[in-house]
Every structure is written in C-alpha cells, then in structure tokens.
Design a protein around this ligand. Structure first.
Ligand SMILES: NC(=O)c1ccc[n+]([C@@H]2O[C@H](COP(=O)([O-])OP(=O)(O)OC[C@H]3O[C@@H](n4cnc5c(N)ncnc54)[C@H](OP(=O)(O)O)[C@@H]3O)[C@@H](O)[C@H]2O)c1
Length: 283
C-alpha cells in the first residue's frame, strides 16, 4: 500500500492516538488530509483539527474513510466499539487494537451472519487484525512498541505497521505471549525509570544541588545512557564496567546499589507487572 493512498483512521482520539498520529505526520508518512479521528466529545478533537486532520463523532465514518484503523479507546469501551463498527469492516481494512489486555483471540473470534445472535461484539471472520502495545513515550515519538498479528494479517500488514510506526519509536513484531512481558518491561517500566530519575536527582539535592538543575541532569543522564546502549549495541554490564575506575567513585556507589538489592528489586518489579497484566487479561 503506497503512503499517498493510505488513509489512516483512529477510533478514539486521546493521548495515545494523538501521539501516534503526531509521529506519522511529523515523519511525513501520511498527509494530515488522509487522517481521520473519532471521539464522542470535542475535548481532544480540536487538536486534531488544528493539525489538519479530519474529525468526526461517528466511529463508522472512520471505517468508511480509512483502510488502516487504530482502535484507541480504553479497553472497557472496546466491546461496544467493535459491535458498532462491525457492519463497516471489510477485507480491505487493517484493524490495529491498542487496548491493553484485549487478546487477539478476543478480537478475532469469528462472527458469521446468523439468525441466532452469537457474541455480538465481534469482528467479521478473516478480518486483518493486529494487536499493538505502545508505551507512553510514543507521545514524544520515542516509544517502545511491540505488536502481534492475528491469523488474518500477513507479512504485508505487519510490514506496513512496522514501517509507519517506526516514526513513533522502536517497533518490533513479537509473539503475542511477549505482549504482557512488554507491559512489565516497558509500559510500566517507564514509571520505574521515573522513580529512579527522581531518586537520582534527590541524591544530588541532598548533596546541595538545586532541584531543577538536578532533575534536568538526571533526565539527560538517562537519555545519554540509553543512547549509548542503543548506539554501541553493548551489553549494559560492559558499559557499566567501562565507567568503574578501580577504587573510584562509581564502584563505591554501585556497591551501595547492590547492598540495596537494586537488580533483584527491579527484576521483581518486571515480574509483578507482567503477572498483573496476565491476570487483568483473564478478568
Ligand atoms: N496511555 C498509555 O500509556 C497506554 C499504553 C499502552 C496501551 N494503551 C492503550 O491505548 C488505549 C488508549 O489509551 P489513552 O491513554 O490514549 O486513553 P485516553 O487518552 O483516555 O483516550 C481515549 C479516547 O477514546 C475516546 N472514546 C471514549 N469512548 C469512545 C467511543 N465509544 N468511541 C470512540 N472513541 C471513544 C475518548 O473520547 P473523548 O476524547 O471524547 O474523551 C478518547 O479520545 C487504551 O486501550 C490503552 O489500554 C495506553
């Protein structure tokens, strides 16, 4: 599908949808005139209109006007949305759900026209569905996203999604079983990093540095360390070792972190969030 003929729709126009759309527009992946978003209120739609995108309060209109459709409502709203859009979903559509905890199995449970109403919230059989799990930094085009494809989606759809979303950060295709792990590592992981950044800055405040400056330096330290990891491709243990002068400041500090069991605590945190994501998906 050529970028100029691609029409992208968003059902739900909140923070995550807005972040993805901004990435696509900034990278020139699609023109604003080819993007349409729907939401019940104008609360978020004003911003979309200011960017030149089209907006509507009618979800069906998004389906009628686009081929690639992101379902970006909160998960509890999604069953109603699926029921509403189902009559307009066709074989030309590629449907990408962002809803946390809503599995591909749920999304693609087939619905066939029948006099007996069965599972009224489901999409037509064979619909090309993919499940995307973004994280919050997608809104500044520095996200870490994974996606899994449903049985109706092929290489073409996966490549399309990966190519488009590369404008919003790292985007990798994974088996669906990794999606909850991604939530524990990266979705929730962003909050662990904020906690670490806060502690880093407060350490500096304790030693006499003004808070604002300490915060900015803490953020830049995380950014720089992350960039080194990505650009060198080195294992973090190697990069850490490079900073440790024998008998120097860093090894003294690392000893304190080891005494506080930082590594085991962070591993426990990833495990706890992953398990919670699995539990929530089963509810
Ligand atoms: N935020 C994250 O960090 C994150 C991470 C991973 C996955 N996700 C997933 O991304 C999805 C969106 O999250 P978000 O943070 O962007 O939520 P959000 O900011 O609350 O946005 C939700 C959007 O859905 C719209 N909406 C509500 N009911 C609707 C309906 N019946 N039809 C169409 N649109 C409707 C809302 O309309 P109004 O504008 O009128 O309020 C709003 O625009 C969720 O499923 C979440 O699980 C989010």
């Amino acid at each position: 599908m050529e970028a100029e003929e691609l029409r992208v729709g968003f059902v739900g126009a909140g923070r995550m949808a807005g972040g993805l759309a901004r990435g696509l527009l900034r990278a020139g992946k699609v023109p604003a005139s080819s993007v349409v978003a729907s939401a019940p209120s104008d609360k978020n739609l004003d911003t979309w209109r200011e960017s030149g995108c089209r907006t509507t309060h009618c979800n069906l209109e998004v389906l009628q006007e686009s081929t690639l459709v992101f379902l970006a409502t909160k998960p509890h709203v999604l069953p109603g949305v699926l029921q509403e859009i189902r009559p307009a979903v066709g074989p030309h559509h590629v449907i990408v759900s962002l809803a946390a905890g809503v599995t591909l199995q749920t999304l693609q449970r087939s619905w066939h026209p029948s006099p007996i109403p069965i599972s009224p919230q489901l999409l037509p059989a064979g619909t090309k569905v993919l499940r995307l799990m973004p994280n919050l930094p997608c809104v500044v085009q520095a996200g870490a996203m994974v996606f899994a494809r449903g049985s109706g989606a092929g290489d073409e759809e996966a490549a399309l999604l990966k190519n488009l979303l590369s404008s919003c950060g790292l985007c990798e295709e994974v088996p669906e079983s990794y999606i909850n792990i991604h939530t524990g590592l990266s979705g929730s992981g962003v909050a662990y990093v904020y906690l670490f950044a806060e502690a880093l800055a407060e350490g500096a405040v304790k030693m006499g540095m003004p808070g604002g400056l300490a915060s900015r330096i803490a953020a830049q330290t995380l950014l720089g360390a992350a960039k080194m990891m990505l650009e060198t491709g080195e294992h973090p243990a190697k990069l850490r070792g490079d900073i440790c002068t024998p008998g120097g400041t860093t090894i003294h500090a690392l000893h304190q972190l080891e005494k506080g069991a930082l590594r085991a605590t962070v591993m426990n945190a990833v495990e706890a969030a992953t398990n919670r994501a699995c539990d929530m998906a089963e509810d």
